[in-house]
Design a protein. Sequence first.
Length: 305
Amino acid sequence: MGLGQQLRSLVTENLNLKLLSLAFALLLYSVVHGSQEAQRSLRLNIVALLPGTPNRVLMTTIPEKINVTVRGPKSTLDDLNADDLGSVQLDLRSGTDTRVLFDPPMIPVPPGLKVEQIDPPAIDLAWEDVVVRDVPIQVGVVGTPAPGYVVKGAPGSDPATVRARGPKSRVVVVQRARADAFDVTGLTEGKYTRALAIDHPPERVELDVQSVSATVEIGREVVERPFTRVPLAVVGHTNAKAQPAEVDVRLSCPSDVARALRSEQIVPRVQVASTTEHGSDVLTVQLVIDQCEVHITPPTVVVRW
């Protein structure tokens, strides 16, 4: 018998018996390996039930998912999905729990499987009371008015305060609410009002308004111009003389007015009203300059006649 016939005989001899044996072997392999234990890690969603009262707030950030390691038959684990186990629900409605433990009974695994590990195994919780506090609104100014004009005083806002609400530790450090800056570029004399948005507050803090009506007043630029040892004019009596005979004058005027003033325009005077031949009096020095505020030193003098 040739070699080829011998090989063919080995393959075809008792073929049905050989096929049956192969089928039993595959079945046995499937049973043995399917019953072997294995483990698998799944990520499950967390659903937190928070207090219904608005006076308590959870400061801890709850993770969106936890890792759950499940052990059991490999064939069962292969068919297991995270959706099959659902979400892990945390009941925090009391607002007083300071620690949450993740126990295996919280995970509804199918029969034959067990939870071996949960990561994280626990979460520490921090709570705070919710407080409400009124804080002032601050409006800044940017830009420069037209030449010869300035911003008069601090900008005003309506409302002047805003109500901040949130965790106590966050609200107590809020000293003011900042609005967008008021741009005064090129503005001339007058009052201007604009709606300005309020900057975002710190995290977890809420404001009861999101914008304010801000007002800025623009006035003419005022400068000071001094005049020293200005001769004092005495009117009303021919022989009257003042002591001292000279005073210092300081003028606060719009810049263009101050620049245009000449020294001969500055004539301080006192008015003698008495008609007697001889006498004396303490009189107030007078000087009026249009659009200017006048300051005289000394403000009064002794006049004798």
